[in-house]
Ligand binder design. Structure first.
Ligand code: VG1
Ligand code: CO
Length: 542
């Protein structure tokens, strides 16, 4: 029933910021997915007879790889697989299921916010027993195995029926098809004051949630409409589609433009939100105001004790290095720890496990907490709703008050997508070679105080991660950060992160791009973006 298949290595299976992401035709090459999955298993020890969770965001090729992963788990000796019905589990739901059922780990199939379809993106990621993305030492081991793999094991059996909940046997292993939503919805009920939110919605507070034809649709329908009583129709695009309706399931101001326009319009609802392909990102827009993810992290942390799950207070806050310093000011005021990690959720796992941080966030629309080990889009929406239901103020009033108390961190990210890889690497190398001479240099009214290539020293396992992004810090707290994306599938994506701290409340009404104009110019002067990439402007501004 189990067979061993000879194979040869592929040279391009190095996991990036969040697992292995490639175009579907790359994954469809003979043995490509099998090689990577076998390399995951080969880098793990002690899973015989244990449970593996498998689920994905429902994109094109999801079902095929789920079948492969189940059959390979059986052949490699797992005792049980838990898989979401239809092969569906949002990334945060997968993290929760791993934790709740004390699984050995999980395989999450997703390319997150990237488009889906026969020629678009697919991805495979391994999560460890704490529910979080495998740390670098595991992903390095997986990569090492992909370079020497000679054979993989797979059960020679018919496909599993993924559409009926319940148990089946596959080559001596139990496969349990579970409801993808119910465990997660239950967890949310333990964290938030559902009666208060329900009452607030019943009192006329209007919300709109765009699931972007991606995995959060069924979760948002169940939680927002069924359990919290939001008006029917509040959740838009709630049917997950294999190609996300041809759109980028990326909840930002470019790809969720219609929602943004609606929220800025005359008769806007009170609260608008969206999530991404695999349900771990969030977009928060109040009536007339977009809340940047960095600000959202700070505002959620500042108000978290209003939700029952956080009433006892936060142990600490963690943010990725490029994320604005707004959360640092909250941590300072609360007298709790603040941790600055490299980009990618895998770096938060140790801090959460050690009880050092309770809330974490990234500027890329990711926020989450110790309830799981992934960022969690709906969680952020529900925490906002809980806060709004208790404070009974508008998003804009809460944001203004926050800025008055803490100051405002104007913040924007400029992405240059599908840039020539050599040009992008050349730009980073040139910046790196200037680092030592930058301090003291003046660019207009700006003076460089410090410049480095960020290194992270994990305070828990003491591992070191180098080359995590170039930081240029100016006197007065403004900053420009440069790094290359680790999730793209064609060419290179240059990300430029720009931030200015403004303590003066009379200056909190400036358009963000205007407030950052001199820093944007300085970034180009330092890195030669236009000259090196040939681009006159960013592809995406968020
Ligand atoms: C991007 C974001 C990062 C995020 C990662 C995964 O990585 O910048 O903050 O953790 O995507 O998000 P990069 O390397 O392209 O900048 V998603 O929602 O996978 O899972
Ligand atoms: Co995602």
């Amino acid at each position: 029933m189990t067979k061993t298949v000879n194979t040869t290595p592929y040279t391009d299976q190095k996991p990036g910021t969040s697992g292995l992401r490639k175009k579907v035709p790359v994954f469809q090459q003979p043995n490509y997915a099998e090689n990577f999955i076998q390399s995951i298993f080969d880098s793990l020890e002690g899973f015989a007879g244990k449970t593996l969770v498998i689920g994905g965001d429902g994109r094109f090729y999801n079902r095929e790889v789920i079948q492969i992963a189940i059959k390979m788990a059986a052949a490699n000796g797992f005792g049980r697989v838990l898989v979401g019905r239809g092969g569906i589990l949002s990334t945060p739901a997968a993290s929760h299921v791993i934790r709740k059922y004390e699984a050995f780990g999980g395989i999450v199939l997703s390319a997150s916010h990237n488009p889906g379809g026969p020629t678009e993106d697919f991805g495979i990621k391994y999560n460890i027993g704490n529910g979080g993305p495998a740390p670098e030492k595991v992903t390095d081991a997986i990569y090492a195995h992909t370079k020497t793999i000679e054979r993989y094991k797979i059960a020679d059996v018919a496909d599993v029926n993924l559409d009926a909940e319940g148990e089946q046997q596959v080559a001596g292993m139990t496969v349990q098809v579970i409801n993808p939503v119910s465990d997660y919805a239950e967890l949310m009920e333990t964290l938030f004051d559902f009666p208060a939110i329900r009452a607030h919605l019943a009192g006329g507070f209007r919300i709109v949630f765009d699931a972007m034809s991606a995995v959060t649709g069924p979760y948002a329908k169940e939680i927002l409409e069924n359990r919290l009583g939001a008006a029917k129709g509040s959740v838009l695009n709630f049917v997950p589609l294999p190609d996300f309706g041809g759109h980028h399931p990326d909840p930002n101001l470019v790809h969720a433009r219609a929602l943004y326009e609606e929220m800025m319009g005359e008769n806007a609802p009170d609260f608008g939100a969206a999530s991404d392909g695999d349900g771990d990102r969030n977009l928060i827009i109040g009536k007339g105001i977009f809340v940047t993810p960095s600000d959202s992290l700070a505002m959620l942390a500042a108000n978290a004790t209003l939700a029952p799950g956080y009433a006892k207070g936060l142990a600490g806050i963690a943010r990725s290095m490029p994320t604005s310093g707004a959360a640092d000011r909250v941590a300072q005021k609360l007298g709790i720890g603040i941790y600055e990690t490299p980009t990618g959720w895998k770096f938060f796992g140790n801090l959460l496990d050690a009880g050092l941080a309770t809330i974490c966030g990234e500027e890329s629309a990711g926020t989450g907490s110790s309830h799981v080990r992934e960022k969690d889009g709906l969680w952020a929406v529900l925490l906002w709703l809980n806060i709004l239901a208790v404070r009974k103020e508008s998003v804009v009033d809460i944001a203004r008050e926050h800025w008055t108390t803490y100051g405002r961190n104007y913040y924007s990210r400029h992405d240059y997508e599908e840039v020539d890889s050599a040009a992008a690497n050349g730009l980073m190398d040139a910046l790196r070679s200037q680092l030592a001479t930058l301090p003291g240099r003046k660019l207009g009214d700006l003076t460089i105080e410090m410049a480095d290539d960020f290194s992270y020293h994990d305070p828990v396992d003491h591992s070191v991660s180098n080359n995590q992004g170039i930081r240029i810090l100016f006197k007065g707290g403004s900053r420009v950060v440069f790094r290359l994306s680790g999730t793209g599938t064609s060419g290179a994506t240059l990300r430029v992160y720009i931030e200015r701290f403004e303590p003066d409340a009379t200056k909190h009404d400036v358009d963000t791009q205007v407030a950052l104009a001199d820093l944007i110019e300085a970034a180009d002067a330092l890195a030669g973006i236009k000259e090196r990439t040939g681009r006159t402007e960013p592809t995406v501004i968020t």
